[in-house]
Structure formats: structure tokens, C-alpha cells
Design a protein around this ligand. Structure first.
Ligand code: ADP
Length: 426
């Protein structure tokens, strides 16, 4: 039987008793009043007991009672017990999480909405020099590198920022912030000293080798020119060999030049100025540039805007020449290559469009990698180093610009350099 049914049954029983007694004594109404009063007092006592039990936290076993009140006590007691179990489980998980993050080799700091430190692990105390007492302090007051403060302020956390450790400037840290909840962020700092060291060694090695190859190459080219001048055509073998060697030294010269340019882009500070891009494009496309000489009449230049770009003219020239060179190289000799300088709502763009062989979807993301060349059976032999688009990507990165490539095999390609409007200077 349900509790409510039992309660109602008891109430009805009381009413029956009162009615019988009322009929016998003729005092039905006073007896009914007494019954109601008794029931009310009982409920008030129960509510008071319940209130004092709940206000004590409802932790102890509930007082002995009967009927609906026992049911209420039991439900509240069960909810409290479950909650306690859940809390215990949760705090165990939190403890485990804290222990594991404490043992992490990377520094981890939890930041609040106002950049204040809420929690930091052992590695953070070691490499970032944070103390236990720094809890609640704003992190930009403790790590004062301008690039870090800018990173924190701008709030674009897709990239990481590289800084020296505030406690030992020989340790290089890659710092990244991850937003994970309303106003909450996790700062992770990884020691990348070895990685940076190796990267530097690689750059130095490539730069040194490229530089050292220049002199022997010049000597070789010189002798090959002399040999070519001396060749009177008597020996087809000699003529062919000299031509082959000249072609290969030319290719090597391009490789060395491209490698040196890439090293320069990776290491050197640029000297920015306001670059007259329309004039630069006209020069590359029309005014007797090397490209024009070979590919006469194929380039269609449209200058829709006169915008100048704040940047490095020499670097931009290299990037644009590479894009144009590729468009001409990888398309039929009689096809048109369209070059367009224009503006959209959010960018200033250079577009180089060809009707050439195109690039497959799987190759598009890879063509800007160093030395990546798409393997295609072509009717004509196309010379290249595989470094051109890597140079373009680097140059654009140094100008806060991005390269968009859209292409369809057999139809053609479109390379778009998108400069932010903030780069416009004239
Ligand atoms: P490469 O010296 O080989 O031209 P790049 O880095 O400039 O080196 O280009 C990488 C590869 O991307 C090229 O080998 C070519 O396969 C492909 N590629 C570049 N531009 C084009 C284009 N306009 N049309 C088709 N394929 C292209």
C-alpha cells in the first residue's frame, strides 16, 4: 500500500471515530476542532524536527518517524548520501588530475578572467619562476616580456609564442594558451631549447653549405663558358656534354640562390618600406624582365587598385616572380596567365591565374613544402628546385599575408596572396 493511501486511511479512521463520538456526545464540532488541532501540532513538530535535521547537514541518521515523514526523510537522506559519494569521487578525480599535472614536464598555469594565477604546477614554478605566494597575482606582472604581454592581450591563441625563461635566459620556452571555459585559460610552456638549437644548426649548416658552394660553382661556370666558346662544333659529344653541364650548373646555381634566400628570410630582420606594388608588378610583367623575354605576350596584367604595401620590395619581388614563373612554366606555351591586383572587403590581393596542368587536391597542401615537386609526366621538361613556393610562403608570412591555392587538374591553377588591409600604406 502506498504511503499516501495509508495516511488518508488513518485520517478517515479518525474522522469516523470523531463522527461516532460526536453522535454519541453531541459534540461533533469541538471534537473535529480538537482533531484538526492535534494533527496541526503533529505536523509542526515534524517540520521543526526536519528543519533542524536538514540544517545540521542531514548527515546523521534521520530521526525515527512513521508514514509520509519517514518517506521524506528517507529520500532526502538518499539524495545527500549520493551527493556525498559523488563529491568524494570528484575530489578523487581532481586530486589525480592535480597530481598528474604536477608531474608534467611542461609548465601548466590556470589563469582566471583577469589573467590572475589560480593554480600552477611544479614545472611552472621552476621554469617560469612562479611562487606559491603568486596565486591571485596577474601573470603579466610576473612575466614581463613584451611579446608575451602582446600575446595575452591580443587573445589569438591559435599560435604559440617563443620566449626565454624568466629564471634562465638560456632556456627557450614555447608558450601557448588554451581557453577551456568561460574566463578560464590554461597556459602551457614547453622547453624547446634543444629543438631551437637543432633548428639553428640546420639553418647554419644549409647557409654555410650554400655559401661555400657559390665559389666552386662560379669557377665551374666560368670554365664551361670558356669551353663552350672554344667549341667549334667538331665533336657533337663535346658540344652536348658542355651544354648538359651548363644546364646542370645553372640548376645548381638556382638551388643555391633559393636556399640562401630562404635562409635570409628565416634569419634576417626585414627593412620595411612602402612598396609600390603596381609598379613592381608592371616591372615584373612588362618591362623587359627575364620572364617577359622568354614568355612574350602571355601575361595579362590588371591593376584594379593603386594600393601600396608596407613591406620589403626585394622579398615581394621574389615571391611574385616565383608565382608568375610557375604559372608560365606549368601551362601550355600559348596559354594566357592573368595577374590581378585588387581589393576585397578584408584584404588586398594579388592573383596569378593560369590555364595549365593544375595541381591535384592531395598535392595542394604540400606544394609549399621545401623540395616538394609534383610528379607529372609532361611533354616538355620543366626545370625547378622545389623551393619557389616555400619562398613565397615565407615572404607572405613575413608580411602577415597568406597564400591561397585553388586548382583543378587539367584546367589550371589560381594562386592568391592575401595581404591584410592594415598593410596598405599608399
Ligand atoms: P619548382 O621549382 O619545382 O617550380 P615550386 O616550389 O615553385 O618549385 O613548386 C612546387 C611544385 O608545385 C612544382 O614542382 C609544381 O609541381 C607545382 N606547381 C607550382 N606552381 C604550379 C602551377 N602554377 N601549376 C601547376 N603546378 C604548379
Amino acid at each position: 500500500m502506498g504511503v499516501w493511501q495509508r495516511e488518508i486511511k488513518i485520517l478517515l479512521l479518525w474522522l469516523l471515530v470523531i463522527s461516532i463520538l460526536g453522535v454519541i456526545t453531541g459534540l461533533f464540532l469541538p471534537l473535529l476542532f480538537l482533531l484538526t488541532l492535534g494533527l496541526l501540532i503533529r505536523q509542526v513538530i515534524q517540520v521543526t524536527r526536519f528543519e533542524s535535521w536538514v540544517s545540521m547537514g542531514g548527515k546523521s541518521r534521520y530521526p525515527k518517524t512513521k508514514g509520509i515523514w519517514e518517506e521524506i526523510y528517507y529520500h532526502v537522506y538518499r539524495i545527500k548520501k549520493n551527493e556525498k559519494r559523488r563529491k568524494k569521487k570528484l575530489s578523487k578525480i581532481i586530486d589525480q588530475f592535480r597530481q598528474s599535472t604536477e608531474a608534467l614536464p611542461d609548465a601548466a598555469v590556470v589563469l582566471g578572467a583577469n589573467d590572475e594565477i589560480e593554480w600552477a604546477n611544479k614545472a611552472a614554478r621552476e621554469v617560469l619562476g612562479l611562487q606559491q605566494s603568486d596565486k591571485g597575482q596577474r601573470i603579466p606582472n610576473l612575466i614581463r616580456f613584451p611579446e608575451f604581454i602582446r600575446y595575452l592581450r591580443v587573445g589569438d591563441y591559435n599560435e604559440s609564442v617563443t620566449l626565454p625563461s624568466p629564471v634562465n635566459n638560456r632556456i627557450i620556452l614555447s608558450v601557448r594558451i588554451i581557453a577551456y571555459g568561460p574566463g578560464l585559460r590554461l597556459l602551457l610552456a614547453q622547453d624547446v631549447t634543444q629543438l631551437k638549437k637543432m633548428e639553428r644548426m640546420r639553418k647554419d649548416f644549409v647557409a654555410n653549405v650554400s655559401h661555400e658552394l657559390r665559389t666552386p660553382l662560379t669557377v665551374l661556370k666560368g670554365y664551361l663558358e670558356t669551353l663552350s666558346d672554344m667549341d667549334n662544333g667538331d665533336s657533337p659529344l663535346l658540344t652536348g656534354s658542355v651544354q648538359q653541364m651548363q644546364g646542370q650548373t645553372e640548376r645548381m646555381q638556382h638551388l643555391v640562390d633559393d636556399l640562401l634566400l630562404l635562409t635570409h628570410l628565416e634569419t634576417n630582420q626585414r627593412k620595411s618600406e612602402c612598396v609600390d606594388v603596381p609598379a613592381l608588378l608592371s616591372q615584373i610583367c612588362n618591362e623587359g624582365d627575364v620572364l617577359q623575354h622568354v614568355y612574350k605576350g602571355r601575361i595579362q596584367l590588371t591593376l584594379e587598385i593603386d594600393s601600396h604595401i608596407f613591406g620589403e620590395a626585394h622579398e615581394l619581388r621574389s615571391a611574385f616572380t616565383n608565382l608568375l614563373g610557375n604559372a608560365l612554366k606549368y601551362s601550355p606555351d600559348n596559354s594566357v596567365v592573368k595577374v590581378r591586383w585588387y581589393r576585397s572587403e578584408s584584404s588586398i590581393l594579388l592573383e596569378v591565374e593560369d590555364q595549365g596542368e593544375g595541381i591535384g587536391p592531395a598535392d595542394i597542401p604540400r606544394v609549399t613544402e621545401r623540395f616538394y615537386r609534383v610528379e607529372v609526366k609532361r611533354s616538355k621538361k620543366v626545370m625547378g628546385t622545389g623551393l619557389g613556393l616555400a619562398i613565397v610562403k615565407h615572404v607572405l608570412m613575413r608580411h602577415d599575408a597568406v597564400l591561397n591555392i585553388s586548382s583543378e587538374l587539367g584546367k589550371g591553377s589560381c594562386f592568391r596572396c592575401c595581404f591584410p588591409l592594415s598593410r596598405q600604406c599608399g
